[in-house]
Design a protein around this ligand. Structure first.
Ligand code: GAL
Length: 954
């Protein structure tokens, strides 16, 4: 028997070393005067099934690639070619190949890329040149004009090669062979799509004689004196100019000046220049000092509270190839939603994103391109981060991150990576980073003993534990006990949710040690798909995949905010507005800014309609300060519900939003909701086949409602089922709560209704039923009591649980069908959806929407769209008032159809609009990865009674 071994020409693919031939990493910058030539665009492309299928003759000058296909660089080949170039694969932590480090499968899609280019006419004849690859997944070998110039791994890191000696004016042949799998893949097991390709730019950079090589801007701020100290260390001597500060010093020398500091709230950047003999490089300098002091992360002398989000790079058509406009959109959306921090999960982003963070103001945790999560399947045996053979690769990754990104003031933390277990390699990385950049802190979540880190970081810790940590009662190593705490991931934004954010925020604000957190995650990684709308794991026939676990963002793939983002914006708003009895308390919750950049407005609503409005003078409160302010005398509102709404708006345009943009708001009740009352004056009358009562007719045998006035109604009846959410599905390995399975086992999705009695009294029609699932003894005794005053119809539903109920109910209410409904108007919470633990952003008012607009397009269809605290709703010719307030949903499909759908394209509008009027919902929670709903948001099976009043709209 003989084994075929890979020929040595391809050994680099499985070599644990980072590569060979590349230049040492250095700062990433765009020169003011050195020429650059973009090599992006159409490249010739040939895909092979294995790494060694083809020799390297394609790299030679004169090779005829006319018969090859084309791909766009930057781009992932599996997202081009309509499937002809292979397909994306999604796994969370499982390696999609045998765990056999450093070996990868023989079937190793390999893309040969060719590009022929001429130098521009004005390309200088002197000096050198480098070719820079900003991102290639996962391993590449490069030839220029037939010369092999090296190979590299480290997909989301820049690699440069000196090529000046190889260039010629015309007909340069750049050949790049990219392998999908390599030893590097073992270090890149992030929870995302596996997407090979040259996915970031390729650029040829002229390197003038005497040009800048590498430089490190050190710009600190002394909050006691207001002085900034600047020193730019440079490999090549030169001068540093900052005109606004009258600075003109030599590189390597420190200079101090009075400055405005940089913070995420006020991102003051000073434009400067580094001038060497051969080159001028623009600098954007932000003065700030990051320290660990008194067990807290302090910037410029103040402890900061991170209101963050984890951001993967994602575009539904382009994958991890993002253009500047898309990056800017992300930053603007974050700023407009009160987010002040971003963790670049789980790799350094495109450098332009960091420029935007500097410019608009976001605290950044820059994370290294490192995750070995799949080794957890074998108890972390052979984990590369604890195997010295891999340490050079880890150090190379750390250095490539730090050196590339070190001049960004927005970066306050370097993160070693994500979910890589523990080991010597990580310690080596941390030591190197601490030595190279002592002016920033080091983060890593995977080591709860905090051996290498400056912060105790966790993911998905439940509220109770977070509180213990806040109280410093969590124990741990001595080192850890002295550290501040952040949740580098929490609030898993998969599908409907995350619930419980406000409860976390309360803790973060209560305990100093808790310095906030980062929601998982920013965007759903849905892939645009011709039949499915957005595809997720499994849609490309992957043999192993993790389904829609890749769709867990605060924004949908097209970057429309999901309700989770709207909720988060409210929960983290930097101004608290609360109060009662006509007095509003305004509290400044910024870390640095006073309130002078905001204007305040009040409005007064009667039955949800604004009747008066005005401005509110709020002093320029300093961070942490509050003021109690008297609102004007409230206008009369006899017999109606009234409330104040106070808003904090931007007083003038900012870089990220216009004047008038709402930053925060609060509502103060001026009276209680007015409950509908209907005198039970009418008597039910039994006809031949129908029973009539007031405007309504009922089936004579079953007592089922058939019509109200001229409006046909599919009779309301008790409903406890909701199309289970991703959070209801839960995960066994995380919280262990899987309501969906519990509920389905109990049979709550297939309740049967047994009619007990139909009773006609003096003043009421009463229908008695028992609602219960097959095979179980538990049930709900349900009594529907109908009364009328001749024109309005009141239904009171009384529910009495029977038997031993151990599980909460998904929902409790009634479902009815209307044959025609489109426009919906309501008075209550809106404009978006709200559930018991996701309802901070729900504002009481008058709202309208079409039935279609009421749907939230979660990529995997599930319960959505409930409007909460509704006093009344009008749709399909009916007005429905609640006693007490209720939630409603309205859809063109049934809950069962919603439950069965796997993609939005499965949902087809039927003839009936199905309306749920809910007395209660079980909380949403975050147990798709995290805690379930807190007990106060559970919908227990308990006796309940609730009413609705129906009338026909004229
Ligand atoms: C974390 C991980 C993330 C993501 C998340 C669940 O464990 O760091 O990358 O997988 O869970 O969506």
């Amino acid at each position: 028997m003989s084994f075929r071994t890979t020929s040595s020409a391809f050994d680099y693919v499985e070599d644990v070393s980072p590569g060979s031939g590349a230049l040492p990493p250095r700062a990433w910058y765009a020169s003011s005067d050195a020429k650059a030539l973009s090599l992006d665009g159409a490249w010739r492309f040939r895909l092979s099934a294995t790494a060694d299928a083809e020799d390297d003759s394609f790299a030679e000058e004169g090779y005829d690639a006319a018969g090859w296909a084309e791909v766009t660089v930057p781009g992932h080949w599996v997202l081009q070619g309509d499937g002809a170039f292979g397909l994306p694969i999604y796994t969370n932590h499982l390696y999609p190949f045998p765990v056999d480090p450093p070996h990868v499968p023989t079937e190793n899609p390999t893309g040969d890329h060719l590009r022929v280019f001429d130098l521009p006419e004005d390309w200088p004849a002197d000096g050198g040149a480098v070719i820079r690859f900003d991102g290639v997944e996962s391993c590449a070998r490069v030839w220029l004009n037939g010369t092999d110039i090296g190979e590299f791994k480290g997909s989301r890191l820049a690699h440069e090669f000196a090529v000046g000696h190889l260039l010629k004016p015309k007909g340069n042949v750049l050949a790049v062979r990219v392998h999908q799998w390599s030893a590097g893949s073992y270090l890149e097991d992030q929870d995302q799509w596996w997407l090979p390709g040259i996915f970031r730019e390729v650029t040829l950079l002229h390197r003038p004689a005497g040009g800048v090589l590498d430089f490190f801007v050190h710009a600190s701020y002394d909050h006691l004196t207001g002085e900034g100290t600047l020193r730019v260390d440079s490999d090549v001597d030169g001068r540093v100019l900052v005109p606004a500060l009258d600075i003109d010093v030599a590189t390597g020398e420190s200079v101090t000046a009075l400055v405005a500091p940089w913070s995420a709230e006020s991102p003051r950047l000073y434009d400067g220049e580094l001038v060497t003999e051969g080159e001028r490089v623009p600098l954007r300098i932000g003065f700030r000092t990051v320290v660990l002091e008194d067990g807290l992360i302090k910037v410029n002398g103040k402890a900061v509270l991170f209101k963050g989000v984890n951001r993967h790079e994602w575009h539904p058509e382009k994958g991890r190839t993002l253009d500047l406009a898309t990056m800017r959109e992300d930053v603007l959306l974050m700023k407009r939603h009160n987010i002040n921090a971003v963790r670049t999960s789980h790799y350094p982003p495109h450098p332009a994103f960091l420029d935007l963070c500097d410019e608009y103001g976001l605290w950044v945790i820059d994370e290294c391109d490192l995750e070995t999560h799949g080794f957890t399947e074998q108890d972390w045996r052979d984990n590369p981060v604890d195997d010295d053979r891999w340490t050079p690769a880890l150090l190379d990754r750390a250095a490539r991150m730090v050196e590339r990104d070190k001049n960004h003031p927005s970066i306050v933390f370097w993160s070693l990576g994500n979910e890589a277990g523990t080991g010597r390699g990580l310690t080596a990385m941390a030591e190197w980073i601490h030595g190279r950049d002592p002016e920033r802190l080091v983060h890593y979540e995977g080591d709860w003993n905090c051996r290498d880190t400056d912060v105790y970081s966790r993911m998905y810790a439940f509220h109770g534990e977070v509180e213990q940590i806040g109280k410093r009662l969590d124990g741990g190593t001595q080192g850890r006990r002295e550290l501040p705490f952040i949740q580098c991931e929490y609030g898993h934004a998969m599908g409907n949710g995350p619930g419980g954010l406000a409860d976390y925020q309360e803790l973060f604000e209560k305990y100093d040690r808790l310095q906030g957190g980062f929601i998982w995650e920013w965007i759903d990684h849905g892939v645009q798909h011709p039949e499915l709308g957005y595809a997720y794991g499994g849609d490309f026939g992957e043999e192993l995949h993790d389904g829609n676990f890749v769709c867990d963002g605060l924004i949908f793939p097209d970057r429309t905010p999901s309700p989770g983002l709207i909720e988060y914006k409210k929960v983290i708003e930097p101004v608290r507005i609360e109060g009662a009895d006509g007095t509003v308390r305004v509290t400044n919750k910024y870390d640095f800014a006073d309130l002078s950049q905001l204007a305040f407005e009040w409005s007064y609503q009667v039955d949800g309609e604004t009747v008066e409005a005005g401005t509110l003078a709020v002093p320029a409160l300093a961070p942490g300060e509050s003021a109690d302010l008297k609102l004007p005398e409230s206008p009369a509102h006899e017999g109606a519900e009234a409330q104040w709404t106070v808003r904090a708006l931007l007083a003038s345009d900012t870089a990220w939003a216009e004047k008038g943009h709402v930053v925060a708001w609060g509502q103060l009740p001026a009276s209680s909701p007015v409950r509908p009352s209907v005198a039970a004056t009418d008597r039910p009358v039994r006809g031949e086949r129908l029973i009539t009562l007031g405007p309504a007719s009922f089936d004579g045998r079953t007592g089922a409602l058939k019509a109200i006035g001229g409006v046909a109604v599919e009779s309301p009846r008790l409903d406890v089922w909701r199309a289970t959410t991703d959070n209801d599905e839960g995960t066994e390995w995380n919280s262990g709560i899987q309501y969906s399975a519990l509920w389905r086992t109990l049979g709550l999705h297939r309740m049967r209704h047994r009619l007990g009695a139909v009773e006609l009294d003096e003043d009421a029609l009463t229908v008695r039923t028992r609602v219960a699932p097959a095979a179980r003894e538990v049930g709900l005794n349900v009594v529907y009591r109908w009364t009328s005053d001749g024109s309005r119809l009141r239904l009171t539903v009384s529910v009495g649980p029977d038997g031993e109920w151990t599980q909460p109910l998904p929902r409790l209410g009634i479902r009815l069908g209307l044959s025609e409904a489109d426009q919906v108007r309501w008075f209550g919470g809106g404009p978006g959806e709200a559930y018991p633990d996701t309802r901070k952003a729900s504002m009481v008012g008058r709202w309208d929407a079409t039935v279609d607009e009421l749907q939230t397009p979660y990529l995997r269809p599930q319960e959505n769209g409930a409007r909460a605290d509704v006093r009344w709703v009008e749709l399909g010719g009916l007005r429905i008032e609640g006693d007490p307030e209720f939630s409603f949903t309205a859809r063109r499909w049934t809950t069962e159809q919603l439950d069965a759908a796997t993609h939005l394209t499965d949902l087809r509008a039927g003839d009936t609009v199905w309306v749920n009027l809910d007395h209660g919902h079980h909380g949403v929670g975050s147990q798709s990865c995290g805690p379930g709903p807190l007990p106060q948001y559970h919908l227990r099976a308990e006796p309940a009674a609730f009413s609705f009043v129906f009338s026909v709209i004229d």
